[in-house]
Design a protein around this ligand. Structure first.
Ligand SMILES: Cc1ncc(COP(=O)(O)O)c(C=O)c1O
Length: 466
């Protein structure tokens, strides 16, 4: 049965009832002790001889347990921004092929087992989504959002070898990693309590470095708080400080939200009609894909700076990687074709509504919990129980944690989570802010609009108590 066709877009969402991989509303059962044993390191080790392999569980026994574990974990996953609600069964027959898009997506190599036509179609979709001019863009399907960032920052450095990279301190680590890899000067700019870049601090730092080109990474959604930097305000700041178009370069790290903003009515426009230079997004996040992947899009003129003809490929080298996952391009293409613009829009908006539901539930229970505008990342007090954190696979930073509400996260699941969270609070109490500048203290800042504050700062923060 096909649950993904847009013709079945009713209410409730067809994806919300699909549970083939444990990603629907149900919570799948945990493994028995015998099944757990099948996944122990000693059970899965690869024997060197027949004698060495005696008494090991069979591969089928191991994989049966692993399947159950994946189903269980998929059904209780809340912390990372992965849309687990997908159905790519129609593509499973293609898994037997060694599909490799080595080389440039637009320049076919001699290797014929590729999915370039699908990759180019995916790139064309994102180019249109992000307002790029036909004939003036270039992009490719990456291994993940990180690779898109590494590519975007590499092009920035090639365009402005003497530039300084500016990005907020809440930026994903891949951006400053790129600066280290490429030996670029980089400045980490403070953030406002809700996680956006501190615009005044950015302006001041730019004003002190007017003699060098500015390379700015704009966060289209920070990792931990889902805060979206105001691109238009940053462009105004550059103008105010006299940075002309030839002296600045903008990369937008849109790992999750670049796939959401274009589907939200009245959201600020993320578009190449503005003076930006590249966008990176993860493919396995909002769109949903069983393997990590992503999309990098840039202006064609920039990629010319790194292009090299490679005889062995009969293509040009323009990407970070050599061999590239052709399956990923096919999966992305399939998801986009099946869901269509309206299907994705429905999923995105469902996430925003459900995230609001969760924020309200926790606030009503008297707990500190915040949700940025246009965001599905619900930020909360770090639960005092590590077992609970591991069970729900929450992402934590210091004294806060977050839940990213994806299409597979239903209100029913949130109800179960909140009930368990409140039971942890009853038993073990609440996380007090670790100090007056800690992430949790920032969460209670009046500038992030909440009435409900965190507890008083605890001078002796407890270690994990459970
Ligand atoms: C803002 C941001 N940028 C980049 C990344 C990296 O994406 P990926 O995990 O696909 O490499 C993430 C991942 O969470 C992210 O949140």
């Amino acid at each position: 049965m096909d649950f993904t066709t847009s013709s079945k877009l009713g209410s409730p969402s067809p994806w919300a009832v699909f549970d083939a991989w444990g990603a629907g509303a149900d919570i799948n059962s945990a493994l028995t002790p015998e099944e757990e044993l099948c996944l122990e390191p000693d059970a899965v080790r690869i024997p060197f001889s027949i004698v060495d392999g005696t008494n090991l569980p069979t591969e089928t026994e191991i994989l049966t347990s692993y399947d159950k574990l994946m189903k269980r974990r998929s059904s209780i996953h809340l912390g990372y921004p992965y849309n687990l609600m997908y159905n790519h069964e129609e593509l499973h027959p293609f898994m037997k092929y060694s599909i490799n898009n080595l080389g440039d997506p637009f320049v076919p190599s001699n290797y014929g087992v590729h999915s370039r036509q699908f990759e180019v179609s995916v790139i064309d979709f994102f180019a249109k989504l992000w307002g790029a001019t036909p004939g003036e863009y270039w992009g490719y399907v990456t291994t993940c959002g990180t690779e898109g960032n590494l590519h975007g920052i590499l092009l920035a450095r090639e365009c402005h070898p003497t530039g300084i990279l500016y990005s907020s301190k809440e930026t994903h680590y891949s951006i400053f990693k790129a600066a280290r890899y490429y030996r670029m000067d980089a400045k980490s700019i403070p953030t406002l309590p809700m996680g956006e870049i501190d615009y005044e601090a950015l302006e001041k730092t730019l004003s002190e470095n007017k003699d060098r080109p500015a390379i700015i990474n704009v966060n289209i959604g920070t990792t931990v708080k889902g805060a979206i930097d105001d691109l238009d305000r940053i462009l105004r700041i550059l103008k105010n400080q006299g940075f002309t178009r030839d002296r600045f370069h903008i990369h937008c790290d849109g790992a999750l939200f670049a796939m959401m903003m274009p589907f939200i009515d009245h959201a600020p426009k993320l578009s190449f009609e503005k003076p930006i230079d590249s966008i990176a997004v993860s493919g396995h996040k909002m769109l949903g894909c069983p393997m990590p992947c992503g999309i990098a899009l840039t202006r064609k003129e920039h990629v010319k700076k790194v292009e090299m003809k490679i005889d062995y490929l009969n293509s040009v080298d323009t990407t970070i990687m050599g061999s590239r996952n052709g399956q990923a391009a096919l999966y992305l293409w399939y998801s986009l074709r099946k869901k269509g613009f309206e299907g994705i829009k429905k999923e995105v908006n469902q996430c925003l509504v459900t995230a609001g539901y969760m924020r309200d539930k926790l606030n009503e229970a008297g707990l500190t919990c915040r949700l940025n505008d246009l965001s599905c990342t619900v930020v909360l007090e770090r639960p005092m129980c590590d077992q609970f954190i591991k069970k729900w696979q929450l992402a934590c930073e210091g004294d806060i944690a977050h839940v990213v509400v994806m299409p597979n996260v239903t209100e029913e699941k949130i109800d179960v989570f909140v009930a368990e969270y409140l039971a942890v609070v009853d038993e073990l109490g609440r996380m007090p802010p670790q100090d007056e500048t800690s992430p949790l203290a920032q969460l209670s800042s009046p500038s992030w609009g909440g009435k409900i504050g965190a507890q008083a700062i605890n001078p002796n923060p407890p270690k994990d108590v459970c």
